[in-house]
Design a binder for this molecule. Structure first.
Ligand SMILES: [Zn+2]
Length: 473
């Protein structure tokens, strides 16, 4: 509980604060922020440790150390923190508009990446940040809230330094509200950016809640609490949600681009929110092993929607099988899955990567349930992982995750599947498993056979664990 620790220090001993603080004041016209960083003498963080990103260098002006002007950020290296009061660095940063895909500029808010304006602490060097905002304005940021029972001191503080400062994120300033949506032990910090027509929390809540709850029912909680959720207007061109993603700079942020003209039904039917929330069941996985993170999300986007009734059993299997087929068609001879995942953005071989990973998760889930007589599953393996391995800022390789999942389940199912397929050009062999489960496909249509030897296991795959469901009611 690192957040609690820092806040208690603030509370108990205001003269000997052991944590450095960032106070950020927003300009009403959304053009700039004024930042004051005060270094605690007995904290490890020093001005020389601050990360200056390339884009921030051009955005920063009025740099001062204890009210003395500095000529450039290069001088940060020479600043010494002393035992007396002061030790504060001030600067102004222009807020750049990020030229991102899907982003519609709007005078009511400004979308930034914090590395463009924040001289952030290094990974592992914690500091607290809070914002001073003009009336009617808000900030949406991914940094975890600093928790404390001492509400008046902890209020509004967030914790920096949990991830490498070069990781991208979304920090948005402007005329909107950040609305808490509490589900079980988690609180989604939801910001709906202004759009025409306006979207309200009541409108987005059904799909947001259904998707988050389906993922929470895997083992009772989202492993990383209080994620930032950004709902951003976009021209969907007949797609209710043209794009969505998870970003991990500073903390967990989910970003959903939505067409505000779309119907409630179109949002309810979209698979992307369930896919994105499913990503939170893993820590950050190296991009060269994207088949694992995308595989889990692609498998669960269908399995979980069938478990809560948003998809029929037949529809869920049809969608999974159609995905496997797309993945199989996208396969290239002599290119391994890991090689394909490493170059995925360049080669556009998303289908092979996503659906090979999904097929591996399907194989692992069914084999584990078979071997353990239903005692272990992908869900129980992920519950184990959540108890040990979710630290923000850590990057995991797939082989290490698969070893962990085996440790928690006492079988070698995950490493066996990893060895068989991660460095192979074969699409995972799912046919025998599908046949045993009674999933019969003909011309893209699925028929379910209840007389198949593992038909019961097929039913179990589409059931939530009752104990985790009870926790959330
Ligand atoms: Zn994904």
């Amino acid at each position: 509980m690192p957040y609690l620790f820092f806040c208690l220090l603030l509370l108990i001993c205001t003269d000997c604060v052991a944590v450095s603080t960032y106070e950020v004041s927003l300009d009403e016209s959304l053009q700039h922020v004024d930042v004051r960083i005060c270094f605690a003498p007995n904290d490890a963080l020093r001005p020389a440790d601050l990360h200056v990103d390339g884009d921030a260098r051009a955005a920063i002006s009025r740099l001062r150390w204890n009210e003395q002007q500095l000529d450039s950020v290069r001088q940060l290296r020479r600043l010494r923190v002393v035992d007396t009061a002061g030790n504060c660095l001030d600067y102004r940063a222009q807020l750049q508009t990020t030229g991102r895909r899907w982003f519609a500029d709007n005078t009511d808010y400004r979308l930034t990446s914090s590395k463009d304006w924040l001289l952030a602490p290094a990974h592992g060097q914690s500091a607290l940040i809070r914002f001073h905002l003009p009336p009617g304005m808000a900030v949406s940021a991914p940094w975890p809230p600093a928790e404390s029972e001492a509400a008046e001191l902890a209020e509004d503080w967030m914790l920096l330094g949990q991830t490498p400062p070069s990781w991208s994120n979304n920090v948005v300033f402007g005329r909107f509200q950040v609305q808490p949506l509490t589900l079980g032990n988690n609180t989604l910090r939801v910001a709906i950016l202004p759009s025409s027509p306006t979207l309200t929390l009541a409108q987005v809540r059904p799909w947001l809640e259904a998707s988050a709850l389906a993922v929470m029912r895997v083992h009772g909680t989202l492993p990383q609490p209080d994620p930032q959720v950004l709902i951003m207007p976009a021209d969907g061109q007949n797609d209710a949600m043209p794009f969505a993603r998870v970003m991990r700079g500073g903390g967990i942020g989910l970003q959903f681009f939505v067409d505000p003209n779309s119907s409630a039904q179109a949002f309810a039917q979209d698979w992307k929110p369930t896919h994105e929330f499913s990503h939170l069941l893993f820590p950050y996985i190296s991009r060269s092993d994207a088949w694992l993170s995308e595989g889990l999300a692609s498998y669960y986007q269908n399995i979980l929607r069938a478990r809560d009734g948003r998809l029929s059993e037949t529809d869920a299997w049809e969608k999974l099988l159609a995905g496997f087929e797309r993945g199989r068609r996208d396969r290239k001879r002599n290119v391994t899955l890991t090689e394909e995942a490493s170059g995925m953005r360049h080669s556009r071989s998303f289908m092979r990567v996503y659906w090979s990973g999904a097929a591996m998760m399907f194989l692992a889930d069914t084999r584990l349930r078979e071997l353990s007589g239903g005692q272990q599953s992908l869900d129980t393996a992920l519950a184990g992982l959540a108890s040990c391995c979710m630290r923000l800022g850590e990057v995991w390789r797939a082989n290490a995750i698969m070893r962990k999942l085996d440790e928690f389940t006492d079988y070698s199912v995950f490493t066996d599947i990893y060895r068989q397929y991660a460095h192979s050009d074969q699409f995972p062999h799912v046919q025998a498993q599908l046949r045993d489960l009674g999933i019969v496909e003909r011309h893209g249509r699925v028929r379910l056979d209840d007389s198949a030897p593992a038909a019961k296991l097929r039913h179990a795959l589409l059931q939530f664990n009752q104990s985790t469901t009870a926790v959330l009611q």
